[in-house]
Every structure is written in structure tokens, then in C-alpha cells.
Ligand binder design. Structure first.
Ligand SMILES: *Cc1c(COP(=O)(O)O)cnc(C)c1O
Length: 487
């Protein structure tokens, strides 16, 4: 154990101070806090010097894995590199110093950004209006489904209580539908991994509000029958919802609006480069076709007729879905990213993401089982090792990758296969990085046959090895336990 692997409480020595502040007029220890606000007892904080505090936190941060420390092929999460210029733009004091309740005439710049980003997203997706208010993809799904329900209800079409979701869907799709009070009906995939149109047809009637689709789907496959699906669903009076969390493969090339989708969300924290992980920060803007624009949540932005922008509540809006105007920092980063790419470079995102995914897939498909062997888009799914004569599982492979300094792919999702390993390299990695990953994946496949025990007990080189993930979630230990330390 290295000296600084010690917990900060173990470095504590009475009287040490972890800060340097000007002593001020009041003298040390006599800060004029009113008696009523003072705590009865001193807090049990470690007493360490400032360099020890700094080292403690820097060392902690080094135990973490992030997109800035290594390759992160976490399928469906689009862990692409986030250009630093985004951070610089988003930390501009002209924006960070604003208060969301300021009078609108004093925040015209921020409102212009809101309107400009909405309009850029319309251009990229073929939708006609966007709300930037939702905080995440799942939040966007709920918002979009509420719009779908309210649209049907506003026309007196109140019997549409079902939503069709493919069996390959991201877990948030059926979850959001359930939260929205819709009954989820599953449509099957063909052995080629796309929606089975023959399974869909009998499901369509006047009890169906719509269908939720991801295209390319979670197997990374483009739903080539989307035109026919759109016609069938529309003919039955339903609407099409597009889960655009991973729009990477299509960016600048193909637009959900042109495919026939009526409502969609984007994950700015995936496709548009904001760093994310551990639950945030995110933004899940929702776009709609023209007939649904009046159903967007409040507040929306529009010109007030006197050369200014004003917040307003759309006519058929269900009201607010977030406190103010969404996760503004994330919106700013996405806007900076879009401007940085421009109309030309945005067209390279998809081809490079697709090329990288196919390159990795083709280089590894002799070692790992490829259940659907066709051209993929931004990601693909292996179903465990090609040679399954050992008892090495996808989990063991994922854990072993950490020893080699790569983040694991998404595992055991999608649920269509038992040993799913979902790999998404993104467009921001060099061919050398992809080659290094391929080498390691090949080496691990070999180790599975020659030294399976090494994989079963991996990782060996990480600060934390195989935690009990259920216990960690159900009984998290969030504070230092003096009693167990004293024992
Ligand atoms: C990530 C993701 C979501 C959910 O987005 P969150 O921001 O995590 O709520 C939905 N659908 C797909 C396909 C995704 O990859």
C-alpha cells in the first residue's frame, strides 16, 4: 500500500490545518458566527495539512477511470472525447453569473443561445421545434410521450393507451412509457436484429398511441424498413417516437424527421460531446414535428415582436417538466460543439464512428461470437467468446480489460443475448488506440483458454477489484466509520 492510499482520517494529526485563509480583523478562531448558528460540538473532521488534502483528492481522482484517462468503448453511452473549447465557452462568466429568475430583458444573450441551439437541432434532425428543458434522455422520453398522449387526447382520441416498443429497446423506453401511464406492447426482432414488420402489423389498432424506436437500434443496426413502419403506424393513427440518444452514426447525414418520426429526444451528453457518467450532468432536448409544436413544455422562447426574445407557454403545453430552462451548462457545451464542427465537419462524425465500429468488429469476430454479422453503425454486440469451451464469461472479459487500462464495454445489454458485450468506439479515437484495444481483446480471448483463473479473479491492478455491486448499491458506505477503524 502506498502512503497516500491511506484514508485522510488516518493521516490526521491534531492541530494541522488544511487551508490558508487571511487571518482578517477577527483573529484566528474568532470568526463572528452568531451564537445561535454555532454547532454545539466541533465536527469530526480530519486535521491534515493543505498539501495532504490536495494529494488526497488528486490521488482519489487518479483511481477513477474517465474518457480523459483512457479508451472507453461503453456501448450506447457514446463516451467520445469532449473538446476543451466546450468547457471554456460554458464557463464564460457572462453565462455562469446569470440567475434563472432574472427579468428576460437582462438575459437576451442566454435566450438567443437557447433559440439558436434549438434551431441548430431542428436543422440536424428535421424536426420543427425543440424544447431544451429535459435533464436527461429518460426525462426527454417522458416529456415526448406526454406530448404524444396529450396530442391524441386533444383530438378526442382518448382510447390510445398502448405504446409499442421493440425487444431490443434501451431499458429507459419501457420505463418512461410506464411512468407516463402507457401500456407497453413488445414487438419482436427478426434473426437479423431489426424489427419484424410482420409481428408489428397485427399490433396496430386504435388503442396504440405510437411506437418508440431507436435507429440505428441498440445492436447498431439501421432499421431499413423504417419507411414502411412509419406508413403503417401513421395509417393506424399512431405517432413515431425516435430515441435519438445515440445520433452519432447519422449526424449530418440522415434525419429522423425525414424518416417519418414525429417526436424525438437527443442526448446532448452523448452525441454532442458533454462529458457524463455516474448519472450526469445531462440534457435530453425533445424535438417535434410542426403539428406538435404547441404541445411542448413551458417555458419556450420566441420573438416578442419588439426585437426581443420572450419566454412563453405553448398553447397546448402540459406545463413545466423542469424547474427552469434545463441544464444550461450542458446546452452551452453542445452549442459550442455544433459551431466548432460546422456544416461540413458534422458530416464526418457519422462515417468515422461507423468506420471505427466496423473496424473493431471485423478485427475481433474470429475471437468473439458475432450474433448478427452485418455492417453495423456506431456500435455492435458480441455474444461472449467464440470458443466457449472455458467457463469464462463476459463479466470476466470485462474485468480483465481493466487490468490492461481499458474501460469495459457495456455488458449484459441488450438482453437479446446471454453474454452481450456492446462496443462503441466513437469517432474520436485514433487507429492506433483501436489497434491497441483489439490486441488486448485478442490476448484476453487467448488467456480465456490458457489461464482462465486469471480472468475469473480479474481485475488484479485496480484500486478496487470485484465489489459486490448489489451490496454497494443497497448498503453504500458513505462516511468514515470511526468505530470499525478503531477495532
Ligand atoms: C443513454 C440512453 C438513454 C437514456 O439516456 P439518459 O440520459 O441516461 O437518461 C435512452 N436510450 C438510449 C438508446 C440510450 O443509449
Amino acid at each position: 500500500m502506498k502512503y497516500y492510499d491511506k484514508l485522510i482520517f488516518e493521516l490526521s494529526k491534531p492541530g494541522r490545518r488544511g487551508y490558508s485563509l487571511p487571518s482578517g480583523d477577527w483573529g484566528d478562531g474568532e470568526i463572528p458566527v452568531p451564537e445561535s448558528l454555532r454547532r454545539a460540538e466541533a465536527p469530526k473532521l480530519p486535521q491534515v495539512s493543505e498539501p495532504d488534502v490536495v494529494r488526497h483528492y488528486v490521488n482519489l481522482s487518479n483511481m477513477n477511470f474517465g474518457v480523459d484517462t483512457g479508451f472507453y468503448p461503453l456501448g450506447s453511452c457514446t463516451m467520445k472525447y469532449s473538446p476543451r473549447i466546450n468547457e471554456e465557452m460554458a464557463s464564460h462568466p457572462g453565462f455562469t453569473g446569470l440567475h434563472p429568475l432574472q427579468p428576460s430583458e437582462t438575459v437576451q444573450g442566454a435566450m438567443t443561445l437557447y433559440a439558436s441551439l434549438s434551431s441548430a437541432l431542428c436543422t440536424l434532425t428535421g424536426m420543427s421545434a425543440f424544447t431544451l428543458n429535459p435533464f436527461a434522455g429518460a426525462h426527454g422520453e417522458l416529456t415526448g410521450l406526454m406530448i404524444m398522449r396529450n396530442y391524441h387526447n386533444s383530438r378526442g382520441d382518448t382510447g390510445r393507451t398502448k405504446i409499442i416498443v421493440p425487444d431490443s429497446a434501451h431499458g429507459t423506453n419501457p420505463a418512461s412509457a410506464a411512468v407516463c401511464g402507457l401500456e407497453v406492447v413488445q414487438v419482436k426482432s427478426t434473426p437479423h436484429g431489426t424489427i419484424d414488420v410482420n409481428d408489428l402489423k397485427p399490433l396496430l389498432d386504435d388503442s396504440v398511441a405510437g411506437i418508440m424506436m431507436t435507429n440505428p437500434n441498440t445492436l447498431g443496426l439501421f432499421e431499413t424498413e423504417i419507411r414502411e413502419i412509419a406508413e403503417l403506424v401513421h395509417a393506424a393513427g399512431g405517432l413515431l417516437y425516435y430515441d435519438g440518444a445515440n445520433m452519432n452514426a447519422l449526424l449530418g447525414k440522415v434525419r429522423p424527421g425525414d424518416m417519418g418520426f414525429d417526436i424525438m429526444h437527443l442526448n446532448l451528453h452523448k452525441t454532442f460531446s458533454t462529458p457524463h457518467g455516474g448519472g450526469g450532468p445531462g440534457a435530453g432536448p425533445v424535438g417535434v414535428a410542426a403539428p406538435l409544436a404547441d404541445f411542448l413544455p413551458a417555458p419556450a422562447v420566441a420573438p416578442d415582436g419588439n426585437g426581443r426574445l420572450e419566454w412563453f407557454e405553448p398553447k397546448n403545453s402540459a406545463g413545466r417538466i423542469s424547474g427552469f430552462h434545463g441544464n444550461f451548462g450542458v446546452l452551452m457545451k453542445a452549442y459550442a460543439y455544433i459551431l466548432m464542427l460546422g456544416r461540413q465537419d458534422v458530416k464526418n462524425v457519422g462515417p468515422y464512428a461507423v468506420l471505427a465500429a466496423n473496424y473493431v468488429k471485423e478485427s475481433l469476430k474470429d475471437c468473439y461470437k458475432l450474433p448478427v454479422d452485418s455492417l453495423c453503425k456506431h456500435e455492435f454486440v458480441f455474444d461472449g467468446l467464440a470458443d466457449d469451451s472455458s467457463d469464462v464469461t463476459t463479466l470476466d472479459v470485462a474485468k480483465r480489460l481493466l487490468d490492461y487500462g481499458f474501460h469495459a464495454p457495456t455488458i449484459y445489454f441488450p438482453l437479446l443475448f446471454h453474454q452481450s458485450m456492446m462496443i462503441e468506439p466513437t469517432e474520436t479515437e485514433s487507429v492506433e488506440t483501436l489497434d491497441a484495444f483489439i490486441d488486448v481483446m485478442r490476448k484476453i480471448a487467448e488467456e480465456a483458454l490458457t489461464q482462465p483463473e486469471l480472468l475469473k479473479t480479474a481485475p488484479h491492478n485496480t484500486p478496487v477489484r470485484r465489489p459486490d455491486e448489489t451490496a454497494a448499491a443497497v448498503h453504500p458506505v458513505l462516511k468514515y466509520n470511526f468505530q470499525s477503524a478503531e477495532q
